[in-house]
Design a protein around this ligand. Structure first.
Ligand code: IDC
Length: 458
């Protein structure tokens, strides 16, 4: 309370000064507060969140400047602003979606930096040339992690190699993928989605819309509408919804380029205002080069951005989304030739009984350079069947937890195969909650996904 009063007093002073000093200059920022938070730090590098709050009159267009006090500190890459560094001064200029700041409004920015000596907090923050009197480095008190995953984390964005929440903090989303919705539609209803949100405490629901094999190409309007209704069902329960354009055979996503443009234009327009949607534009490219996948991505991403500018988009990778490893390549082909777009991540898939140390090593290396999301994985072999490999599944899940890489498990269905979470016949009934309906894979995944998330809230 004391702190709140102090903060209000500061705001009142700043606002008072505003009126005295510059009554005419409506465009000038006359007071601001900056919350600077180191969100991650590693050998020689760090990631910081910068929340700037305009305490003066409304501004359209702004420039935030600050000083890096140690000569070894350097800006590497920033987001949600146009960033530059000159000497020890860093400048971040507002971009289209945050350049207008009403009184009291904030913009959340962030950057990664390198440092050689000390890594002190920046000083001398100014907004449009006016010192930010709000305290630097103080974080607002954390809000207890009550709400749903979407309540707590809000609109997501990619920051550095991580997926970050509305507080610009890295988070890991853990959840389940549907089976092909053309086959297992009956498994996705109010009772099963309630179980996923409440009993499994899932953060994420991936909607696998096959394009071939009786999927989208057979009824574009029908599948588009089913996907939208599943997005709404996830939203109503506070879960993120990942819209998976489940290309598989043929493996070249360009075969479906026109369908992808039509589909994503429609779902992105319809869902643009929602905070819970993530787009996955090609499930598993295979038999195709990284250059061809990149070309596809660079045509589909602008279609989504035109309708829904701020959503995270995930791009599949070569060799069934193995970052090329299953084709004898590796992550360097992506690192050296990344998709020309921002706010994107790259997909990695594995099946624990088939893909082990070599694949885990590739993920460990790639995770330092690329934002990764395991949009699909199984606890069994790559066929989707066979026995659960408990040891490899545990090694994988521990690695993903440690690296804060999000994941969706194949599948939240009652398919008659080892990867399904429910025993065959479960979706004919209404019980998705008792332990009796779970397979070995389902029991393992429920035990991993239902542990507390502890999402950062400041
Ligand atoms: C599998 C299903 C199986 C179906 C087959 C062909 O489990 O029932 O017959 O697809 O459609 C993937 C794919 C995913 C596969 C899964 C398991 O993304 O569609 O599902 N898998 O084989 N990549 C690696 C494994």
């Amino acid at each position: 309370m004391k702190r709140l009063l102090a903060l209000l007093a500061t705001c009142a002073t700043v606002l008072g000064l505003t009126a005295l000093v510059s009554p005419q200059t409506a465009q000038a920022a006359t007071g601001c507060r900056v919350d600077y938070t180191i969100t991650n730090q590693w050998q020689g590098g760090f990631q910081a969140g910068v929340k700037v709050t305009n305490l003066g009159s409304a501004i359209s267009g702004w420039s935030l400047k600050f000083t890096l006090p140690d000569a070894g500190q350097k800006l590497v890459q920033g987001w949600n602003a146009t960033w530059s560094q000159s000497g020890s001064t860093v400048t971040a200029a507002g971009v289209d979606w945050n350049r207008n700041l009403a009184t009291g409004a904030s913009a959340d920015l962030g950057f990664t930096g390198s440092f050689t000596g000390a890594n002190p907090k920046p000083t001398a923050f100014t907004l449009n040339g006016v010192a930010c009197t709000g305290s630097v480095g103080e974080e607002p008190p954390p809000v207890p992690g009550t709400g749903t995953p979407v309540d707590i984390n809000g609109q997501l964005r990619v920051c550095g190699v991580h997926l970050c929440n509305q507080y610009n903090r890295p988070i890991q989303l853990r959840g389940m993928s549907t089976h092909g919705i053309q086959w297992f539609s009956k498994c996705y209803n109010n009772a099963s989605l309630d179980a996923l949100a409440k009993d499994w405490k899932s953060d994420l629901f991936r909607i696998a819309m096959y394009v071939q094999e009786g999927g989208y190409e057979t009824d574009p309007a029908g599948f588009t509408s089913r996907v939208n209704s599943l997005v709404d069902m996830a939203e109503a329960r506070g879960m993120y919804a990942m819209i998976d354009f489940h290309t598989l055979t043929p493996g070249d996503p360009n075969y479906n380029l026109d369908r992808a443009k039509t589909f994503f234009s429609s779902v992105a327009t319809r869902n643009a205002a929602k905070k819970n949607v993530i787009y996955e534009i090609a499930n598993e490219p295979n038999g195709v080069s990284w250059a061809a996948i990149k070309n596809y991505a660079e045509q589909v991403i602008p279609v989504i951005r035109a309708a829904d500018p701020d959503a995270v988009i995930i791009v599949g990778t070569r060799g069934w989304s193995s970052l090329g490893v299953s084709d004898g390549s590796n992550e360097t082909e992506v690192i050296n030739n990344p998709v020309n777009a921002t706010n994107i991540m790259y997909a990695f898939h594995f099946y624990a009984a088939s893909h082990q140390d070599t694949y885990r090593a590739a993920v460990s290396r790639a995770a330092t350079k690329l934002p990764l999301f395991v949009t699909e994985f199984g606890t069994v072999t790559y066929t989707g069947g066979g026995a659960v490999d408990q040891a490899s599944s545990k090694a994988w899940l521990d690695l993903l937890d440690q690296l804060k890489i999000g994941y969706a498990n194949w599948t939240y269905s009652d398919a008659n195969e080892g990867s399904a979470a429910f025993k065959p016949g479960t979706c004919n009934g209404t019980d998705y909650s008792s332990s009796g309906v779970l397979t070995e894979s389902g029991a393992l995944m429920k035990s991993r996904i239902s542990t507390p998330d502890s999402f950062p809230t400041s």
